[in-house]
Design a protein around this ligand. Structure first.
Ligand code: NAP
Length: 336
């Protein structure tokens, strides 16, 4: 009899344990499913802050760095289409002039432009830009300008000037630009700072280590100043960007995961204040396929897995880039 009672009690315990683990498992799966659902709701159904809050159509200005090509040019065009006046910054004066004219003619907005090379980190350049901005009510800053390694390269072999340029453009420029515009934003208790980040900042990327580190800096710094500036009425949004067709990415054709700058920037500007696929504060992954990729990175496999994945991808890209360099060198030698 005792044996039977003991057996019944033991099987009851097993059933309870299975039920508890079942409930925990189902809760875990439901939690994950809900977090994915929230991502999809953000990117497909919800609308972010309207740019009227930032003075669109009422004389407000936006400043975009790296505004003459790729993602930055698209920010300038789409912000102008929302009736923001625009300050454009990049190196090439002729391109700046042409885009400023295009914006004025197409969207009847005011424009200013300033040519500077951010790699120089010149105080005189930043002071000159500050003077241009003093006469504008700047409500939106897009820290878009960025530079990358020429090809995936082991850190110890990377040239000092490329390392310096990445730090100067991707880190120092964002901080200096923010220092220039934030005092007037604080005074008005109104402003938006968009920092164009990268998946390379989300998952460390071997062989693009300095670029990857610079975007990780941007992510962490955005979250820190995001919390500082929120009570002062300023919203900071670091934007996690996977590949986009551009000169920098050297990708020419769009695909499901790689949009053209136009739909990409449309997704950014329509989701201000929303997180999309990002799980860190003051961060957004707004493009739908990037958002799902971000969710997968955060929720499937370990970070070590994704770092190794990036290692494998970059080593493959490096091999192809080196073969291309060899072909080009051979062709050049032949033509001499
Ligand atoms: N494309 C992607 O797949 C991708 C992915 C993740 C993140 N991002 C980020 O997105 C941002 C924009 O990239 P993009 O792909 O649009 O680049 P892009 O097409 O190469 O355009 C770069 C823009 O920046 C300007 N610029 C470049 N170096 C400059 C410098 N030293 N000083 C001043 N202006 C400079 C260029 O104009 P000038 O040549 O006239 O100066 C151009 O307007 C970067 O921060 C990048 O890290 C891009």
């Amino acid at each position: 009899m005792d044996k039977i009672t003991h057996f019944v009690q033991k099987s009851d315990c097993n059933a309870i344990a299975v039920a508890i683990f079942g409930v925990i498992g189902a809760g875990f799966v439901a939690f994950k499913a809900l977090s994915l659902l929230k991502v999809l709701v953000d990117v497909f159904l919800r609308s972010g802050t309207n740019f009227k809050k930032y003075g669109a159509g009422r004389g407000g200005w936006a400043i975009v760095t790296g505004a003459t090509d790729g993602i930055g040019k698209e920010f300038a065009l789409q912000l102008a289409s929302k009736k923001m006046n625009l300050v454009l910054v990049s190196r090439t004066e002729s391109k700046l002039k042409a885009i400023a004219k295009e914006l004025e003619e197409k969207y009847s907005v005011q424009t200013k432009y300033y040519a500077m090379d951010f790699t120089k980190g010149s105080d005189a350049d930043y002071q000159g830009l500050q003077q241009v901005l003093n006469s504008c009510e700047v409500n939106v800053l897009v820290n878009n300008v960025g530079t990358n390694h020429e090809i995936p390269t082991p850190f110890e072999q990377e040239s000092d000037h490329i390392v310096k340029n990445i730090i100067e453009v991707n880190i120092n420029a964002a901080m200096k630009m923010t220092k220039i515009v934030v005092p007037q934003m604080i005074e008005r208790k109104n402003g938006l700072i968009i920092n164009v980040g990268s998946f390379a900042g989300l998952v460390p990327t071997p062989f693009l280590s300095v670029y990857s580190g610079s975007k990780a800096f941007l992510s962490s710094w955005s979250q820190a100043i995001g919390a500082e500036l929120k009570p002062k009425g300023i919203h900071v949004q670091n934007v996690n960007t996977f590949f986009v067709v551009s000169a920098m990415s050297r990708i020419r054709r769009a695909s499901l995961l790689i949009p053209m700058p136009k739909p990409y920037v449309r997704s950014v500007l329509s989701q201000i204040g929303l997180s999309g696929g990002a799980s860190t504060p003051f961060t957004s992954t707004p493009f739908y396929s990037h958002a799902v990729a971000n969710w997968l990175i955060d929720n499937v496999f370990s970070r070590a897995f994704w770092v190794q994945h990036n290692y494998n991808v970059q080593i493959d890209i490096r091999k192809r880039a080196l073969r291309k360099r060899e072909r080009e060198a051979a062709a050049a030698a032949k033509n001499q």
